[in-house]
Ligand binder design. Structure first.
Ligand code: HEC
Ligand code: HEC
Length: 159
């Protein structure tokens, strides 16, 4: 059974480069370059690209790190301030660059969504069979690198 699932997942992903080779530039999302953000926000999961959420989302997240999706991710004030500055300066509504630009179209004015994986553009592109999500290598939708080998470099199609 597991074998079949892996094969299915692989087949889906191998199809990606062929579909997209011509417009790779548009599918790139500027990756995290700040070492502090990479370290502190990349231990439990990959350091997500700030362009996937607007600045007010990052502000809200940095205000609530003590209860971060059920985890205590709190940081010393100086580190938190530096990370907040990086995330908000590179947020989707600020840089408006690359593939993540499409995500911003779905975020209403006052909203501060906390999940990339709940953006309608994410949902639309991830209509994958339930079995794919249950694959032990995937486990959760936020596990981008499980399916996108170039995720931490900002590549979501040219895998
Ligand atoms: C102690 C572990 C831990 C640390 C450190 C941590 N996170 Fe998380 N984060 C989580 C967990 C757990 C989730 C929920 C994952 C899931 O449901 O798949 C999450 C989810 C997220 C999500 C939403 C993912 C989605 O579903 O779209 C974002 C965005 C995020 N974290 C950003 C950050 C940022 C920014 C930092 C650094 C300030 C950080 N995280 C540090 C544990 C952590
Ligand atoms: C279970 C595997 C899987 C996981 C986990 C996953 N993706 Fe995907 N993703 C895909 C597949 C397959 C596609 C292609 C869908 C299509 O083109 O119709 C895709 C497409 C995308 C696209 C659209 C590319 C384009 O230009 O059309 C983006 C952006 C993206 N994923 C980002 C993410 C991010 C960010 C995460 C983690 C928060 C993530 N994905 C997690 C499988 C996955």
């Amino acid at each position: 059974m597991t074998m079949i699932l892996r094969t299915l997942l692989l087949a889906t992903l191998l199809a990606l480069p062929f579909a997209s080779a011509a417009r790779a530039g548009d599918d790139w999302v500027p990756p995290v370059t700040d070492p502090l953000v990479k370290k502190e926000c990349g231990t439990c999961h990959m350091a997500f690209q700030p362009a996937f959420l607007p600045a007010r989302s990052w502000n809200k997240m940095m205000d609530t790190l003590a209860d971060h999706f059920g985890e205590d991710a709190s940081l010393p004030a100086d580190k938190a301030a530096a990370i907040r500055a990086y995330l908000t300066q590179n947020a989707g509504d600020v840089v408006g660059q690359g593939r993540a630009r499409k995500y911003m179209r779905h975020v209403a004015g006052g909203d501060a969504p906390q999940r990339i994986t709940e953006n309608p553009d994410f949902i639309r592109k991830h209509q994958l069979p339930e079995r794919v999500w249950k694959d032990p290598k995937v486990v959760t939708k936020s596990n981008c690198p499980a399916c996108h080998v170039g995720a931490d470099r900002g590549f979501y199609e040219d895998d």
